[in-house]
Design a protein around this ligand. Structure first.
Ligand code: GLU
Length: 288
């Protein structure tokens, strides 16, 4: 696969999954990314992460797009929709299969189900896959393709996965993060790269699409920080560039619960119908 090199221009993105409306956490991420792009005369891209056709809904997609506009956020170029990118994911899988890095798995584990949504740390109990189908090729029907993580790390030929991270706008930390590959292997094990019915996974699609949109800066919540080394590893395996990561603080309700679609049903739409202005909603997100 041939992607153009990272440009020197700042390119930020927001990549919501239309499994619900836009919530205050999205507003915070979107504005942080948007401001970084605008302050650097950069670009801001929008991508709809809708690979999970069982949970993604067109009405949520429409709602997200119209709410972003209502908040005053505009994006550059076409909206990328993952449902239109199946061929691109398939050719990346082909490449990984050719390199002998994937194997079929027939285990019916919940993590196979979860492989298509972003693993926000509070939602996933991280159980490392014991490698059953790596050792004994499956005889039952195949449910997924898994990455042989040990082989993948060896193929990359490095002991550490490094990436540049701007940790938080609050403490302004920035610097190189280095995570030992042995830790990655232990923490993640052979993770699912393609769920059979969808033929991709969140991790595969996100690295391919960030590269295709020429994203230089990924701004997202701290709950996706733990998975970043895996995404960097996939970038190395697929010869894709690594953006600069900025994992920002998570937003919490006054009760102390993390704001998410499930825990805090107040979406931008609901604030809008209750008469709040875009500025009210933005202020709310930045004052939580
Ligand atoms: N689609 C993911 C979500 O809505 C975002 C993933 C990312 O920013 O990398 O949670």
């Amino acid at each position: 696969m041939n992607f153009k090199k990272l440009s020197t221009q700042v390119i930020e993105r927001i990549a919501p999954s239309p499994t619900g409306g836009l919530h205050l956490g999205h507003v915070y991420s979107a504005f942080t990314a948007y401001q970084n792009a605008k302050n650097n005369q950069g670009l801001f891209k929008l991508r709809i992460e809708d690979i999970d056709y069982t949970r993604c809904k067109l009405n949520f997609e429409k709602e997200i797009i119209s709410n972003l506009s209502w908040l005053g956020i505009s994006w550059d170029g076409q909206i990328m929709r993952q449902r239109n990118r199946k061929k691109t994911y398939a050719s990346a899988i082909e490449q990984l299969l050719k390199d002998g890095l994937l194997y079929p798995c027939s285990c019916t584990r919940t993590d196979i189900k979860k492989a298509v949504s972003a693993p926000h740390t509070d939602e996933n109990t991280n159980i490392t896959y014991p490698g059953t189908c790596r050792r004994n090729r499956p005889t039952k029907s195949v449910k997924a393709l898994r990455l042989d993580i040990g082989k993948a790390i060896k193929m990359c030929g490095f002991k550490k996965v490094s990436f540049f991270e701007k940790e938080s706008i609050d403490n302004n930390f920035s610097g190189e993060q280095s995570i030992l590959t042995s830790m990655i292997e232990h923490q993640f094990g052979d993770l699912v790269i393609a769920r059979k019915d969808i033929n991709t996974s969140y991790n595969l699609a996100v690295v391919i699409d960030d590269a295709a949109q020429m994203v230089t800066h990924v701004t997202r919540g701290n709950d996706l920080r733990a998975i970043t080394p895996i995404q960097v590893l996939l970038q190395r395996l697929l010869c894709l560039p690594t953006p600069i990561y900025h994992h920002h603080k998570l937003l919490f309700e006054p009760t102390g619960k993390k704001i998410s679609k499930r825990s805090f049903p107040d979406t931008v739409s609901s604030f809008k119908t209750r008469g709040f202005t875009p500025n009210d909603v933005i202020a709310m997100a930045f004052n939580l």
